[in-house]
Ligand binder design. Sequence first.
Ligand SMILES: NC(=O)c1ccc[n+]([C@@H]2O[C@H](COP(=O)([O-])OP(=O)(O)OC[C@H]3O[C@@H](n4cnc5c(N)ncnc54)[C@H](OP(=O)(O)O)[C@@H]3O)[C@@H](O)[C@H]2O)c1
Length: 347
Amino acid sequence: MKVQGTSGSLLKGNIDPALVPKKTLYTGAQIPAIGLGTFGSDHVTAGEVAAAVEGAAEVGYRHFDCASVYGNEHQIGYGLERVLRQHLRRHEIWITSKLWNDKHGENDVIASCRKSLADLRLSYLDLYLVHWPFPNFHPPGCDVTSRSPDAKPYIHAEFMKTWRKMEELVDLGLVRHIGTSNMTVPKLKLLLRDARIKPAVNEMELHPHFQQPELFDFVRSNGMVPVGYCPVGSPGRPERDRTAEDTAPTQDPVIVKIANRRGVHPAVICIKWAVQRGQVPIPFSTNRGHYFSNLEAVVSEPLTADEMREISTIDRNCRLIKGQVFLWKDGQSWEDLWDLNGEITPP
Ligand SMILES: NC(=O)c1ccc[n+]([C@@H]2O[C@H](COP(=O)([O-])OP(=O)(O)OC[C@H]3O[C@@H](n4cnc5c(N)ncnc54)[C@H](OP(=O)(O)O)[C@@H]3O)[C@@H](O)[C@H]2O)c1
């Protein structure tokens, strides 16, 4: 595949990070337009993910999407430390982490961020997200039918208490940006109204079979950057996150046709589409060939306008990460988490 750039961009099998596009946040900071996901989906060990982070930094990744709940920040921290000691400076990499759902309490937010910083062996994060807008604990790896007796709906006044602590993290210099994940338009409207420090990004599920046009446009038109998770349709996701209705963007005939024409894996087409559309994909992989080709996807020949148009027509509104464990009362369905009629689902 042809790689754009004039100065030997394919250095010893690596991609020159200077060629990787960036998105400018409202602060003026620049986030690399692709990051490496680090959720091992319950079957990839922390050590394997940490090795992938080091390997990805070697091939040219400069953006890593972490979270305390992935249970591997400690191991990733050792990898980052080596990377920073050997060949990179802190300001050359972008590190995101996330506040887990059982740490929304006013006394927990700062402590939780400090724990991620200690595990990742960093003095600041580039971005810290509230992972889900629901303050509900459920054990890692639990079944989708599992419900916490203490589960609560989204209550904006409560969320704002968490957000004030997120803002304090910026004041303290522990994080450079704060953001949200798994939000909806009505929840974001309230947050934008009340925030002193606006969210810089919203991390959300985005792939060719789940394009979320309304939320995507809302996020962008309000000065946030959409970060897209499950960008290749999360083929390795845990069994508990699968239903019979789910579809796979990498098996879509349009994606397969474009991939065959270009001689690449369908995942590569999903990544190209994501970056060209304007979201920041964070594909997970521990396979060097795969994470290399995902990075290469964003510096090589772009999709044509016709290809982009064709992919825009294959949206199936197929949400893969439904979030069932966050439901707070009997008789609900996962759609209640996503405010489908444009209003926050009442308690
Ligand atoms: N904010 C949230 O609530 C949230 C939710 C879910 C995920 N995330 C983040 O988003 C990241 C990505 O999501 P995800 O891991 O669920 O899904 P994904 O990135 O769509 O899919 C990852 C899977 O695709 C395979 N793959 C990746 N690139 C490939 C390529 N070029 N060719 C062939 N196979 C390829 C990987 O296998 P190999 O390892 O074999 O390459 C892995 O099994 C996560 O790791 C996490 O950081 C955030």
